[in-house]
Design a protein around this ligand. Sequence first.
Ligand code: NCD
Length: 307
Amino acid sequence: MIKNRSIASIDDISEDEMIEVFDVTERMLSALESQKRLTSMAGKIMATLFFEPSTRTRLSFESAMNRLGGGVIGFSDVKSSSVSKGETLADTVRMAESYSDIIVIRHPLEGAARLASKFTARPIVNAGDGSGQHPTQTLLDLFTIKKEIGRLDNLDITLVGDLKYGRTVHSLLLALARLDATVHLVSPPSLRIPHHVISAVKDKIDITEFDDLSRVIRDTDVLYVTRIQKERFPDTEEYQKLIGSYSIDSGTVSMMKKDSIIMHPLPRVDEIKPEVDTLPQAKYFRQAFYGVPVRMALITLLLGGDL
Ligand code: NCD
């Protein structure tokens, strides 16, 4: 259904299409677990245009395409591309179009992926646009909740940290608004979620905002922790004041329900202590692993490969 579509926002994928992505992800997961060799993307090429740093997103997209038998080209550092010579986004995308079948783009400016999609007939996938969105992260976040909790409805979800600049929470909140969820937003007052995101969801979902995590921790099914986005602060002094605002340690986890889970898009800095990693609630490494089968599913559906 989503064949050839560009995914700039999570709202570019309907609920039914999301279910289809998750069904295909299950199949990809079984293939990965049984080490089955897949070749459905043989002869296809994915271009990864990364104008901003990335570890998980780029590597999992590349791993996904390789696991499907396809090829990958691209850059992960603008210094090594003609962008450093002043090439425009439009020209870079036009070039990528003639060398590839699908283009994955990460860019520091909000709206860059949508803009890029105007210059090409190839599907563009937004791998993060400034403080805008990160739709494929949302797909893997929802898939993680579905797998680790067993359902996507009737959940109590707490998003904590930098809700202003964090693009993963913007996309996630838009998606949660389509599910039957109760959402708590916990952040320092200066890092509250932007108004445009709240106004897009407020009529569809029950949301409350807090500064203090202890107000909601006991009821939470999913604790979604985020990094303070240092690189987006116009003033580093402001960042210094906010670093360490929240720190999840074993004491925090002891207040949580036994069957609750802790997620984080990663990288983390100091917002989750390493002692939490071995606790049963810690699911953030599993979450990062799910990035591969979810992206295998998405690439397959966008390029119309055999399932
Ligand atoms: C996130 C991002 O780039 O927005 N990382 C990721 O893609 N997994 C979160 C972050 O950088 O804090």
